[in-house]
Design a binder for this molecule. Structure first.
Ligand code: RUB
Length: 325
């Protein structure tokens, strides 16, 4: 593998793997930008070699966070049609244009979601959020600015504590925020008017894959009759799940669970660290995407609309074998 042109992809893959870049939308945009940067500096001899290097690069990026279909769809959309181009320059141009369209559309989607989603939040609401979702926070910020939200409860979101990022972000904007530990979600649920979270993946059956703990919060919300809203751009919907594929749940290292101790400080203890879970559609009241507010049971329609005649790449489960269809 040549070192030079793969450098942006390697750098980005490492930043995603170590969570320097995190969140389904941000990792998707970073992957798309890395591919675009790669084709600009690629200086190999032939079109076929470029396509083969792009496949390797796609596999490297995809393998970093397997639960986020946002990442896979961003890669597919960025490389869309590249294999139909006849020379290196045309491939370069296709990837460059695809990437800039994806970056623009994904940012605009968040903007539209904020405007649509905030209308669902009644005036004077207290809202709970989990983890750190730019799409969910865009709704919360718009709702606050429109006088709909009085206070936000942000869960800590162990093991990585993304809740601290969320709480800090809200406080910086003057939005009253209270941080709670994840296990206090049920304790406070009766005081909530709404729960609003993001998504890494929306499956065809309407299940939402998001930060571990989301399903428990949704269950608590369901029991307390608190509406549970998910903010998810359409590129987070998973076409593979239409055919029955399961979403792989990312497992991270034991040190994140053992923290502040080290795993070796607890001899004889095993650790498990799944970092996402699936919230079943029956606990989700609405999914806000840039096309509108839908019931989770409409997820299939969105997937057909967005990915219906999609001709591009397919990938193996571990992301290592992206290949042209
Ligand atoms: C982040 C997380 C977010 C979704 C949506 O997990 O679960 O809720 O990714 O984020 P991690 P966004 O920190 O492990 O990446 O709305 O920003 O795409």
């Amino acid at each position: 593998m040549k070192k030079g042109p793969f450098e942006p992809v390697r750098r980005t893959s490492e930043a995603i793997r170590t969570m320097e870049i995190r969140g389904a939308g941000r990792i998707a945009r970073a992957a798309s930008s890395a591919l675009s940067e790669m084709v600009e500096i690629w200086d190999g001899p032939s079109r076929d070699e470029l396509l083969s290097d792009l496949k390797k690069a796609a596999g490297m990026l995809h393998a970093t966070r397997p639960s986020a279909v946002s990442l896979r769809n961003a890669i597919l959309l960025t490389l869309k049609g590249a294999e139909l181009e006849e020379d290196v320059d045309s491939i370069r141009e296709a990837v460059r244009n695809n990437s800039s369209s994806f970056l623009k559309a994904s940012r605009e989607a968040v903007e539209v979601i904020s405007r649509i989603g905030m209308k669902r939040i009644p005036k004077g609401s207290t809202v709970m959020t989990h983890c750190n979702s730019s799409a969910a926070l865009s709704i919360i910020e718009a709702a606050f600015n429109d006088g709909r939200i009085e206070e936000v409860y942000a869960t800590e979101s162990r093991p990585w504590r993304q809740g601290q990022l969320t709480a800090g972000w809200l406080a910086e904007r003057g939005i009253p925020v209270t941080m709670i530990v994840d296990s206090a979600a049920r304790f406070f649920m009766n005081g909530m008017d709404m729960v609003c979270v993001g998504a890494d993946t929306v499956a065809a059956n309407g299940a939402v894959i998001n930060k571990i703990g989301t399903a428990q919060i949704a269950l608590a919300a369901h029991e307390a009759r608190t509406p549970f809203m998910v903010a998810a751009e359409t590129y987070k919907f998973s076409p593979e799940t239409l055919m029955g594929s399961l979403v792989e749940i990312e497992d991270r290292g034991p040190e994140e669970v053992a923290d502040p101790l080290k795993p070796e400080d607890l001899p004889g203890v095993k650790f498990k660290n799944p970092v996402f879970d699936a919230t079943p559609p029956e606990y989700i009241d609405s999914i806000v995407c840039e096309l509108g507010i839908i019931s989770p049971y409409m997820a299939t329609e969105i997937i057909r609309e967005m990915f219906g005649g999609f001709r591009s790449l397919s990938s193996g489960r571990n992301g290592s074998d992206f290949r042209w269809l």
